[in-house]
Design a protein around this ligand. Sequence first.
Ligand SMILES: Nc1ncnc2c1ncn2[C@@H]1O[C@H](COP(=O)(O)OP(=O)(O)OP(=O)(O)O)[C@@H](O)[C@H]1O
Ligand SMILES: [Mg+2]
Length: 155
Amino acid sequence: MKTQTLAQTIDFGRQLGARLRPGDVIALRGNLGIGKTQLVHGIAASYLQKEVHVCSPSFTIINQYEANGRTVHHLDLYRLSTLEELESTGYWDAIEDPNALVLIEWLEQVDRAQPLDFVTIDIQFEDENDDLSHTPRLFALHGSGDLYDRLADLF
Ligand SMILES: Nc1ncnc2c1ncn2[C@@H]1O[C@H](COP(=O)(O)OP(=O)(O)OP(=O)(O)O)[C@@H](O)[C@H]1O
Ligand SMILES: [Mg+2]
């Protein structure tokens, strides 16, 4: 899947969000500024059926959005590096919440922080040498199982 603009990335997030269910866990992987948080914006808006103001949880570690009886936990582990640091953030409760959709940026920052069951959306710049605010974004899905099967044809 390729998006040419921010609006297309948000729209792609909306398509993904329409297929997601409580208990799903997705890791979003890709460089700083590539569009992970913007994809979350689209996913959360369609999953919650409400326009949400999504801001980056790099400092709060976990942000939560709720609407229409549904919950999204949005996490960003960029500033963390050890499991000990994670413990005080409520991380495990958030990722094991069976009633919430869980979206995690920078999961790879913390060794052994991996949820039991999750898929990864990988995002890359089409051309690293181009103006990064304009170069298209390429999306790929990795993982297996029911969640993978529900999303795979969108990529
Ligand atoms: N095709 C595109 N898709 C998504 N974002 C784009 C696109 N083209 C340009 N952008 C810009 O790239 C930026 C993406 O920012 P965003 O905060 O979503 O990145 P991020 O991957 O979450 O970064 P971080 O790792 O710092 O959290 C925004 O400023 C957005 O306007
Ligand atoms: Mg982000």
